[in-house]
Design a protein around this ligand. Structure first.
Ligand code: ZN
Length: 252
């Protein structure tokens, strides 16, 4: 089974469409299922369209992100910065009842075979950021499955730990080469973040996603160009904060 892994779409329909088109190409291989690690909405201009598109994808497993939760729950909006809050209030004002119902039904954690799926981390599924090796090491040590897929930081990365040393190491994406997953052969445990579809934060403006081949035990980081200006123009027309519009152009 080939799984398309997406996360942090953030209502960026142009980026989402580019990822879906690229992952449909024969050379890149088709997918049988889609795992989405949360934050469908927030920041961007097309929340309802993105929810509608994602919910139509085959064999979808979709997790709850902190922005998804904030659209449902007024009290959690307060923890966001002013720009994020402004976008969340706008999102709430336009969210359809179908969008709200879909977001409300999202689980905070899912376990699928050897994979745990969360937006943040297994111990705080919606809110915790895994931003450094010390946090990653704690999470890897407590994990119930060898692989944990996370989003939330918008940075594609792998944190890995291999027995018997069990020291956490960092791997940056190698876009041209699928990486073998070696839980069985080498006893490794990994936290993998595919990066963000709709608001990358690694100085690369292209949309990030990943392909997982479960039979072959291979993970592949992918990037695809999308029309950033189209999304920026839509944001400008709505009056979303300038900083959120500008950051898309430089991937931060
Ligand atoms: Zn996010």
């Amino acid at each position: 089974m080939r799984v398309l892994i997406i996360s942090d779409i953030h209502a960026n329909l142009a980026a989402l469409e580019a990822v879906l088109a690229a992952s449909d190409l024969a050379e890149n291989g088709h997918y049988d299922a889609v795992w989405c690690l949360g934050d469908l909405v927030g920041y961007g201009p097309n929340p309802n369209e993105c929810v509608e598109r994602v919910r139509s994808l085959p064999n979808l497993v979709c997790l709850m992100g902190n922005h998804d939760k904030a659209v449902l729950d007024e009290t959690s909006i307060e923890v966001f910065n002013a720009d994020a809050r402004a976008a969340l209030y706008w999102t709430r004002s336009v969210a359809t009842s179908e969008t709200i119902a879909f977001l409300r039904a999202l689980p905070e954690i899912a376990q699928l075979g050897e994979f745990t799926l969360v937006h943040g981390s297994p111990r705080q599924p919606v809110w915790e950021y895994i931003l450094d090796r010390s946090v990653a090491q704690e999470v890897l040590t407590m994990g119930e499955t060898p692989y944990c897929l996370v989003g939330h930081t918008h940075v594609p990365i792998i944190y890995g730990m291999t027995a018997p040393e069990n020291l956490c190491a960092v791997e940056m994406p190698d876009y041209m080469h699928p990486r073998k997953l070696q839980a069985k052969s080498r006893g490794e445990r990994l936290i993998i973040n595919p990066g963000s579809v709709g608001q990358p934060r690694d100085n690369n403006a292209n949309a990030a996603y990943a392909m997982l081949d479960i039979e072959a035990q291979e993970w592949e980081f992918c990037r695809v160009f999308y029309n950033v200006e189209l999304t920026q123009n839509r944001m400008r027309a709505i009056g979303l904060p300038n900083r959120l519009i500008a950051r898309l152009a430089y991937g931060w």
